[in-house]
Design a binder for this molecule. Structure first.
Ligand code: NAD
Length: 252
């Protein structure tokens, strides 16, 4: 389907649906300057997936916190970036009543920063750290400024853990995410290869209900075959801007 036609079809589906949910992955944040894992600059390519999985897991965090924090500080303490045009468009779409919620695999806090009110983050939020001893929460700035490699709590001196889901841990907000996705009338996936479970499994489950699935992504995903519309792009911001423009025209 040509881009022009695909956008028109998405506008049609959005206008018809009273329950649209958006699912986002790392691809929506690459335009904001945060690389995804699998892309050219991603750490799965530059370092190898096995190496990354070997460090970014809960066992390494517990047993070798220095190895964990050396890696985490280098690759996961995101520089302060602004949301991309796509993030801002999703916030606008929520305000316009076009979408009900965003379910995201991202940990970069950019949907919240752009103004979306209903964001269900299943892999946590890298802006936060939690004390493994007393549960006190800290902002990432505390860790950035901490004088040692391994950050500890200023009350009980136990190690802080990033509030992100490491390999070997359960996802957060499982039920909310699953209910929103499987209960949607229209599901729009943006910037995800749909290879990371269980979220990809929820989308797969949704697609078996014969509801409308739209995927906006650069390159293939695991569920392209199940879509009403697949739009191939690396400018999700421009595409969403055009969709909103046409919906606004439609409404006049
Ligand atoms: P993924 O890496 O599996 O897929 C990202 C997809 O986005 C790829 O198909 C890629 O081609 C596409 N993409 C990249 N740039 C794009 C662009 N400009 N426009 C459109 N599409 C683009 O990502 P995933 O499925 O989200 O899973 C990776 C895991 O990594 C997730 O668990 C996530 O938590 C984590 N992660 C998060 C961040 C973040 O918070 N920003 C960054 C990297 C990884």
């Amino acid at each position: 389907m040509a881009q022009e036609q695909a956008i028109n079809r998405i506008v049609e589906l959005l206008s018809r649906s009273n329950n649209t949910v958006v699912v986002t992955g790392a691809g929506i944040s690459t335009e904001a300057g945060i690389p995804d894992f699998r892309g050219e600059k991603g750490i799965y390519r530059t370092l190898g997936e096995r190496y990354v999985l070997g460090i970014l897991n809960i066992d390494t965090f517990r047993r070798e916190p220095d190895t964990f924090y050396e890696f985490y500080r280098q690759y996961f303490m995101f520089p302060p970036v602004e949301p991309s045009p796509a993030h801002f468009m999703l916030a606008k779409m929520e305000k316009m009543g076009l979408i009900k919620a965003v379910v995201t695999q991202n940990i970069d806090n950019l949907h919240q920063k752009a103004g979306n009110k209903r964001v269900v983050a299943v892999h946590g939020n890298a802006e936060r750290f939690i004390c493994t001893g007393c549960g006190t929460r800290f902002k990432s700035q505390y860790v950035v400024e901490f004088p040692e490699l391994i950050p500890t709590c200023d009350k009980c001196e136990q190690i802080l853990k990033p509030d992100v889901v490491l390999f070997g841990e359960h996802i957060q907000n499982y039920l909310d995410a699953r209910d929103l996705i499987t209960g949607a009338k229209l599901l729009v996936v943006i910037g995800s290869s749909l290879t990371v479970y269980p979220l990809a499994g929820f989308v797969k489950e949704f697609s078996t209900f014969y509801q409308d699935l739209v995927i906006i992504n650069k390159g293939p995903t695991q569920l392209d075959h199940a879509t009403a519309v697949k739009l191939n792009t690396d400018s999700t911001g421009e595409v969403l801007e055009e969709i909103v423009r046409r919906v606004e025209l439609h409404r006049r």
